[in-house]
Ligand binder design. Structure first.
Ligand SMILES: *Cc1c(COP(=O)(O)O)cnc(C)c1O
Length: 237
């Protein structure tokens, strides 16, 4: 099989895995959206993913993403920013993305709101929660999330959609499910506290833990290596 149709057949295989996991764990829930995470991948590789039906693309590094967006401007793509957000990047993120999944502090929230262009729809926001409280990981603590949620809900140019998490790395499916269940429960407490908010999103599940995430209610799966193949070392922005 050539590299070209590997991406296409990988996506078909993942869609089958998603359908199977739904059938097994949550047959009545709407099927989770498959986002292709294309950090370090070329515009050509993204185009192959689009040809296989992908509409949502996730990028981690701003400059790399902007270059690919320019190359792919004639395609219908919903762009998601999923990497660390530094203050000096918020203007470009607010202008060039539909979603940001990696919001974890107040300063970033107010900058994204102030810099979201008025002719665009409000920017969709997921708060990133550091669900296992790992020192090495980004994300707000569980305790910080409600106040950050209230802050996002008070910004007219932002729309709070839910939570994003990258749990502690484990191959144990039971532990994966416990971690994702904690994210789901946190979203539930936010819904009770902010009943009028449109909190419909759990952005969780990567190549190694997608099925466990679906079992716990994931609505957006962020899949990189199972679509595009193993990555070379991450590059700095
Ligand atoms: C790279 C990345 C992914 C995809 O991870 P894979 O294991 O390659 O599927 C998902 N989410 C975030 C935030 C990432 O940085």
């Amino acid at each position: 099989m050539t590299a070209t149709n590997t991406i296409v057949s990988n996506i078909a295989a993942i869609q089958a895995r998603i359908a199977a996991a739904h059938y097994l764990f949550c047959p009545s829930a709407p099927q989770a959206t498959l986002m292709a995470v294309s950090k370090t991948r070329s515009a050509k590789e993204i185009q192959l993913a689009l040809s296989a039906g992908i509409q949502h693309i996730g990028e981690n590094y701003l400059q790399e993403a902007l270059a690919k967006q320019a190359e792919l401007q004639n395609n219908a793509i919903c762009w998601h920013f999923i990497g660390p957000v530094q203050s000096n990047k918020t203007r470009d993120i607010a202008e060039h993305f539909s979603w940001v999944h990696s919001v974890d502090r107040a300063k970033i929230i107010s900058r994204l709101n102030d810099q979201r262009p008025s002719q665009l729809a409000p920017l969709n926001i997921c708060l990133q929660v550091n669900i296992n409280d790992e020192a090495s990981k980004a994300g707000a603590t569980i305790e910080e999330i409600p106040a950050l949620a209230e802050l996002v809900l008070n910004q007219p140019r932002l729309r709070l959609r839910g939570l994003m998490a990258i749990p502690a790395n484990t191959r144990d499916p039971a532990q994966q499910r416990r971690n994702f269940a904690a994210v789901r429960e946190l979203l539930h407490t936010l819904r009770q506290r902010f009943p009028r908010a449109q909190l419909d999103t759990l952005s969780m599940g990567m190549s190694g833990d997608m099925e466990a995430a679906i079992a716990e209610g994931a609505t957006i799966l962020r899949i990189g290596s199972d679509i595009f193949g193993p990555r070379a070392a991450a590059k700095p922005d």
